[in-house]
Design a binder for this molecule. Structure first.
Ligand code: HEM
Length: 377
């Protein structure tokens, strides 16, 4: 069997918009997704560990993050739809075969996510009732949610690493197929890219969790005591350091141990070499901001931390997109799809996207206004 035989046929409908438009929103959507996604990916397990072993301030941080978690999950899941839509539109020839090969695991994301979301709500309701509200059932629900989110992250890394591992498809299709039909029970575990990438993404999620601990204390947590806010500055730096070291270790494995030679050659040659180096070293900038501002947690400093972490995540999103195209390049050129412009769905998407972002900005401003309003009386 030849990998090209398993690629989906090109659609006679063509591409509904130019490639630059589709890939711009794919990357933008992924950046919007990865911010809240990181907070539940690495944040929940960390919040539970810190509540268990972290002392009084640790409990405050853990409670603050977990109370916000239902909203963060809602935001992240909705933002995830944006890159999913654009992946399905422009990478359908490889996205569908890959997710059909692992169909049962891919479908299980819906069940796992629903249960994890319930778990987050159950725990957040318990928090509202104070310490006595955190019954063993509610605590167990949160631990299960934390594990399910990590498993879902693993399945996403599977799907997106399998999508470009075309060379591995024939063997997987034969191993998990019956009379020419695949059973949907494959995982990309034989490809070391998966493991390196899953662990690297978890490290990146840890850095975002660290940066958010600072932003939360500087922006949303202004009614907390000065003692707590000072602690949060130091805590954010510690978590960021852990995440950055983790990201550097597994990112090095991902780049030097799993990238194909052609990908390495292009990503380290000029001008893309600059992007690769910036992607690798950019967490250092956030780390420096956190170190510099660790003893004076303010709204202004939080702005710098948030902005620099946004740069880190954006650089990652752009680099991963280029690598994705390079990996697929041997078999398929997604940019060459003929364009048959479909204006009405695109205009509708743009209007709803702008409206949706407007609603989110409005919601965040309301929260900031409530958190910074002086206490009555
Ligand atoms: C139904 C809700 C979700 C949707 C629609 C969604 C969508 C996406 C999409 C489209 C990507 C790839 C973006 C790209 O490469 O351009 C992605 C990546 C990712 N998502 Fe989500 N996501 C959802 C929920 C989750 C959940 C619950 C987790 C759990 C932690 C998660 C973790 C990840 C991870 C780790 C990646 C990066 C995978 C990799 O490339 O190695 N997502 N998501």
């Amino acid at each position: 069997m030849n990998p090209s035989d398993l690629i989906g046929p090109s659609s006679s409908l063509g591409s509904p918009a130019p490639y630059w438009f589709l890939v711009f929103f794919k990357i933008l959507g992924f950046v919007l997704h990865i911010i809240p996604m990181s907070l539940w990916y690495a944040g929940i397990i960390l919040a539970l560990l810190v509540r268990w072993k972290g002392g009084e301030n640790g409990r405050i941080w853990s409670g603050r993050l977990m109370k916000q978690m239902p909203l963060l999950v809602a935001l992240g899941v909705n933002f995830g739809i944006v890159p999913l839509l654009f992946t399905q539109v422009s990478y359908y020839q490889v996205f569908y075969p890959a997710t059909i090969l692992m169909a049962w695991f891919w479908l299980s994301v819906i069940l796992l996510l629903t249960l994890a979301y319930y778990g987050v709500y159950i725990y957040a309701y318990g928090l509202k009732e104070g310490n006595s509200g955190l019954t063993p059932f509610r605590q167990a629900a949160a631990w299960i949610a934390a594990i399910f989110f990590i498993v879902i992250g693993f399945l996403f890394s599977n799907a997106f690493s399998l999508m470009t591992n075309l060379g591995g498809w024939p063997a997987l299709a034969e191993k998990t197929g019956e009379a020419g039909a695949v059973l949907g029970t494959a995982l990309n575990t034989g490809d070391s890219t998966l493991w390196a990438r899953w662990l690297m993404m978890f490290g990146l999620a840890l850095t975002t969790t660290g940066a958010y601990a600072y932003v939360d204390a500087g922006v949303f947590g202004r009614k907390e005591s000065e003692k707590y806010r000072l602690w949060a500055g130091g805590f954010a730096l510690k978590i960021y350091t852990l995440g950055a070291v983790w990201f550097a270790l597994f990112g090095s494995w991902y780049v030097f141990g799993t990238w194909q030679e052609e990908v390495k050659a292009t990503m380290f040659a000029m001008p893309l070499g600059i992007l690769t180096v910036l992607t690798a070293v950019s967490p250092g900038l956030v780390w420096f901001c956190l170190w510099f501002f660790r003893k004076s947690v303010s709204k202004r400093a939080a702005f710098f931390v948030a902005l620099t972490q946004l740069v880190v995540l954006s650089l990652n999103a752009v680099s991963r997109q280029i690598v994705q195209n390079l990996e697929l390049g041997k078999f398929l050129d997604v940019t060459a799809e003929p364009v048959k412009m479909q204006l009405s769905p695109i205009v509708l998407f743009l209007l709803l996207f702008v409206f949706g972002i407007g609603v989110v900005v409005w919601m965040v401003r309301k929260v900031i206004a409530v958190e910074t309003r002086p206490a009555a009386g």
